[in-house]
Ligand binder design. Structure first.
Ligand SMILES: [Zn+2]
Ligand SMILES: [Zn+2]
Length: 284
């Protein structure tokens, strides 16, 4: 039986300074930069590529692959998921998966790392900025046996700074727009990806239809799915966490399931897990 402890109050200075600072630079700096310098196609392409690659690395990678093992893949795809996942500054895949499994096991109790029962601010960013979490890695033994996953975990700073800052900046220099790369492909992009994950922890546990589990705080909401790369059908996900899809119906906006499906069609993913005939508890 694994032992878990509740979060402890503690101001985490890196998070309290880093997150608001890059948010300010990204949100205020981007319109200023575009107004004064215009927007070259190459820097827009860099931003969009990095936004898509790093958000899929979290939703399809950290979440659906590492945390829930909803499909299998090869070591090349696993490397890309680890590489671009680190670029979001959400800690290692091992730590992320451990805390996420804890969230599923103890949803909305004092052992849930980002319990929505503690209010909107806490489950959005408060749990990262003002609380210390003891992580019990006993719940991710299936991951800790993999050398590449452990390398990313033990050398997380190297991975995250290389993939999240050095590479987009190097490309920015190559295309002649280092300042634009810093403001948009680093500050704005990291702020957007961080808040995509935070919205799932907060809003998706407060607003949405209780389609499959009326007693869960998690809700299904198409609008959150638009903002979070398809993670908005969170009631379904909490009921069926082993399904590679979050939006299980064909018309549900879920780019992460389409990405995994596409990988399977070109032989880069297999054994995709699906819930057969999920029955809604409440007709929506
Ligand atoms: Zn949740
Ligand atoms: Zn999950």
């Amino acid at each position: 039986m694994l032992k878990y402890t509740p979060p402890k109050r503690c101001t985490r200075w890196m998070a309290t300074i880093f997150m608001p600072l890059i948010a300010l630079i990204g949100i205020i700096g981007t319109p200023f930069y575009i107004y004064h310098n215009g927007l070259a196609l190459s820097e827009l392409a860099l931003f969009l590529f990095y936004l898509l690659a790093t958000s899929l690395a979290i939703t399809a990678g950290y979440h659906r692959f590492f945390s829930h093992a909803t499909f299998k893949t090869n070591s090349f795809v696993r490397f890309l998921l680890l590489f671009f996942g680190a670029a979001t500054f959400q800690k290692s895949a091992l730590r992320w998966a451990s805390q996420h499994r804890q969230h599923h096991q103890f949803t909305d109790t004092e052992l849930d790392p980002h319990s929505s029962a503690r209010g909107l601010f806490y489950c959005h960013v408060g749990w990262i900025m003002f609380y210390k979490h003891d992580v019990n890695f006993g719940n991710v033994k299936d991951l800790s046996s993999n050398k590449m996953i452990m390398h990313q975990h033990e050398n997380y700073d190297l991975w995250s700074i290389t993939s999240g800052l050095i590479l987009p900046m190097a490309i920015g220099f190559l295309i002649g727009h280092p300042l634009g790369a810093f403001i948009m492909s680093f500050c704005l992009r990291v702020t957007m990806i961080l808040n995509m994950a935070f919205f799932i922890n907060s809003s998706a546990h407060m607003i949405g239809k209780k389609t499959f589990d009326p007693d869960a705080s998690a809700g299904d909401n198409w609008f959150w799915s638009l903002l979070t790369n398809g993670e908005g059908y969170h009631n379904y996900h909490h009921k069926f966490p082993n399904d590679y899809r979050s939006g299980h119906l064909i018309h549900h906006w879920d780019p992460s399931k389409w990405f995994i499906f596409l990988l399977s069609k070109v032989g880069l993913a297999w054994d995709l897990k699906r819930t057969s005939n999920p029955t809604p508890a409440v007709l929506s």
